[in-house]
Design a protein around this ligand. Structure first.
Ligand code: FAD
Length: 344
């Protein structure tokens, strides 16, 4: 065998099987990214002909174990206790590491959220194994390699890198919220719930959560059902006031294209696209946005897209379900007034 062949030969990982998704929750409410990860996890598990597993940790969170089954999990590991109410790295990573040791999943997926990043990083360091952060595409090579192909933008977002983890198990990735589609919730779906004994005592944990202070006016594009997004066509920061009025009437959030953020008209947390958020709301307004690929890559999976642009040839119309050609400064206040009228 040549030295190259020896290098390419992977260790025998046949005792590692199944895909494990970490279900992130706060106060018993799951983050949507958890169900989205189960959606992609199911596709990967079907390709590998293996089980899709979920891990739920928290206090009084049994309902989330059931929800995980309704969203595609075959088997859910559930660890409950008052010490686990709030996320803390030490207890959560200890429980997850023990489960990885016992259940031996070949792939572990986490949301690329603050919690997911923290937990996945802590675990990958301890196992030790590789971790691909912030992935936007996930696929697997079929047997015998069963390799996870975890892709993410690289080199200043100019190209996509696909990262493989050949020499360690499990293969781990965090994935951005809004990128993958959750399966439709099926309350008839059956699965197995396995309780894990809570090994944690409060005195074992070095950190204490004293309080949660919610960030006021936090923009939550990934979870928004309606997004009213504006682009350079708004002409000035004041243009976003028009959008905010419409978003407020529809109970939605305001989004933006990158030039508006670069110009300082609005903060980066509103940016949609390759270097911003990936979103899939029920309704997306693209107002004064031309439809560059770096923008559409972040919103093209929205259920309904309404584009408003004065240029009939703007590429955004190729993505839109409904297109309005005209001046946004006339059209947007009109739509807002109509919505108000219908609500009255
Ligand atoms: P423009 O392309 O200038 O379009 C403005 C539109 O407004 C035009 O179509 C015009 O007809 C219309 N308009 C003007 N006035 C009116 C009016 N009164 N009424 C109606 N319509 C009007 N972009 C992103 O959005 N998100 C990203 O994450 C992102 N990442 C990037 C990453 C890289 C590495 C690079 C190179 C670029 C990235 N971009 C991103 C930038 C992207 O390439 C485009 O430049 C950007 O999306 C264009 O923004 P826009 O549509 O608002 O502006």
């Amino acid at each position: 065998m040549s030295s190259q062949q020896k290098k390419d030969q992977m260790p025998d990982w046949s005792d590692y099987r199944g895909i494990l998704v970490f279900v992130e929750q706060r106060d018993g409410v799951a983050k949507n990214v958890s169900w989205q990860l189960l959606g992609i996890g199911k596709k990967l598990a079907d390709k590998l002909d293996t089980a899709l597993m979920a891990l739920v940790i928290g206090d009084n969170v049994e309902h989330l174990a059931n929800e995980a089954i309704y969203h595609g999990a075959d088997k859910v590991y559930l660890c409950e206790g008052p010490e686990l109410k709030d996320y803390r790295t030490q207890p959560y990573s200890r429980i997850t590491l023990k489960l990885i040791e016992d259940a031996k999943p070949e792939i572990c997926l986490f949301g690329a959220t603050g919690t997911g990043r923290d937990l996945a990083g802590a675990i990958a360091t301890h196992v030790p194994t590789g971790l691909t952060a912030d992935t936007t595409q996930l696929d697997v090579e079929p047997s015998p390699s069963r390799l996870l192909m975890a892709s993410r933008p690289a080199f200043g977002e100019k190209l996509m890198a696909t990262i493989l983890c050949k020499n360690h198990r499990p293969q781990m990735a965090t994935a951005r919220a809004g990128v993958f589609e959750a399966l439709p919730r099926d309350p008839e779906r059956k699965g197995e719930i396995i309780r894990i004994e809570n090994p944690i005592k409060n005195e074992d944990i070095a950190t204490k959560v004293l309080d949660f202070i919610e960030k006021k006016n936090e923009v939550n594009l990934e979870e928004a059902e309606v997004i009213v997004a504006g682009g350079r066509g708004l002409g000035a920061p004041e243009g976003f006031k028009l959008l905010k009025e419409l978003a407020d009437e529809l109970g939605g959030e305001v989004g933006a294209s990158r030039p508006c953020v670069d110009a300082g008209w609005i903060t980066h947390e509103h940016q949609v696209g390759q270097t911003g958020h990936t979103v899939r709301p029920k309704l997306y307004f693209a107002i004064g946005i031309s439809g560059a690929v770096q923008h559409t890559v972040g919103m093209a999976d929205s259920d309904v897209i309404v584009a408003i642009n004065k240029d009939p040839d703007a590429p955004i119309f190729q993505f839109a379900h409904y297109g309005i050609v005209g001046d946004l400064f006339k059209i947007v206040p009109n739509i807002t007034a109509q919505v108000k009228k219908r609500k009255a």
